[in-house]
Design a protein around this ligand. Structure first.
Ligand SMILES: Nc1ncnc2c1ncn2[C@@H]1O[C@H](COP(=O)(O)OP(=O)(O)OP(=O)(O)O)[C@@H](O)[C@H]1O
Length: 261
């Protein structure tokens, strides 16, 4: 009997080299995210985190190396509806004359193209709004929301497409503690249904128990790829009692703490 074909990773970025504004930014990045896995991309300002996730969405071209999404090379990949992307927070939403529901409904566009929303689409939009606690604001204009609320709307837009890969660039930035907990619960549900999650973070915060792997960038290179590291500011939460299987790698931890400072 032939053994079952293993499920390919949701993301396989290998030896990625990319420039921005004519300057080299990624200098050989390897990054793999498997279904059901939550990977945090960490590193100092300017280390290349946003550029890496933009490369994963095909928005930043690679000069060397390769990208496969769900086992398909980027050049042949068409299943963009399988990916939900929440960009780094901007103020771009102010001035957009759309309601919360309209913005979240655009997350269904890749699935139903330009056809009118069907009942299943409307239900998915409602579910996504409820997941981020914004169902009661569905009719409000996005321009009238606070920055943190706009961020939740963008997260709901990504969730509405029930993606197999969810990519979020600093989803916690400017989000209060209660909303961070809402996001943590939402991500837990996404992972439970088998989604892969790639997060750009500065601190793990309430997401810490969900993170399977931390990838730390330094100057466009991967400086660490493994379990999240205690006491780096990532795990320095009160009451943190998570025990790591690699907790004996004291020297590694010292080194990684240095990388993040
Ligand atoms: N559109 C752009 N044009 C030119 N240079 C850019 C552009 N975007 C990013 N860069 C440069 O690329 C480098 C990496 O930026 P990137 O946004 O990937 O870093 P980051 O790790 O996400 O940083 P942060 O934590 O500050 O968000 C920086 O030196 C930045 O100045």
């Amino acid at each position: 009997m032939t053994p079952p074909t293993p499920t390919p990773p949701a993301v396989r970025l290998h030896d990625a080299v990319a420039s921005r504004g004519g300057r080299p930014v990624l200098r050989g990045v390897d990054l793999t995210v498997r279904p059901g896995e939550v990977v945090a991309l960490l590193g100092a300002n300017g280390s290349g985190k946003s550029t890496t996730v933009k490369a994963v969405t095909g928005a930043v071209p690679l000069e060397r190396g390769g990208l496969e999404l769900f086992g398909t090379p980027l050049a042949r990949f068409r299943a963009w509806h399988r990916i939900g992307y929440v960009p780094q927070r901007t103020t771009a939403a102010s001035g957009v004359p759309a309601t919360v529901r309209e913005v979240v409904a655009t997350g269904r566009l890749p699935l139903h193209r330009l056809l009118p929303l069907r009942r299943a689409d409307r239900a998915a939009v409602d579910r996504a709004l409820a997941a981020v606690g914004m169902l009661d604001r569905a009719r409000d204009g996005v321009a009238d929301l606070s920055g943190g609320q706009q961020q939740r709307v963008l997260i709901a837009r990504a969730l509405a497409g029930t993606p197999d890969l969810l990519i979020m660039d600093e989803p916690m930035a400017g989000v209060d503690a209660a909303s961070q907990q809402v996001l943590a619960d939402t991500l837990r549900a996404e992972v439970a249904r088998g989604a892969a999650v790639l997060l750009v973070l500065h601190e793990l915060g309430p997401l810490e128990p969900l993170i399977d792997r931390a990838v730390v960038l330094r100057d466009g290179c991967v400086a660490h790829d493994g379990p999240p590291v205690p006491n780096t500011g990532l795990h320095a939460l009160p009451g943190h009692d998570h025990v790591h299987p690699h907790a004996d790698h004291g020297h590694d931890h010292e080194r990684i703490r240095g990388l993040l400072s």
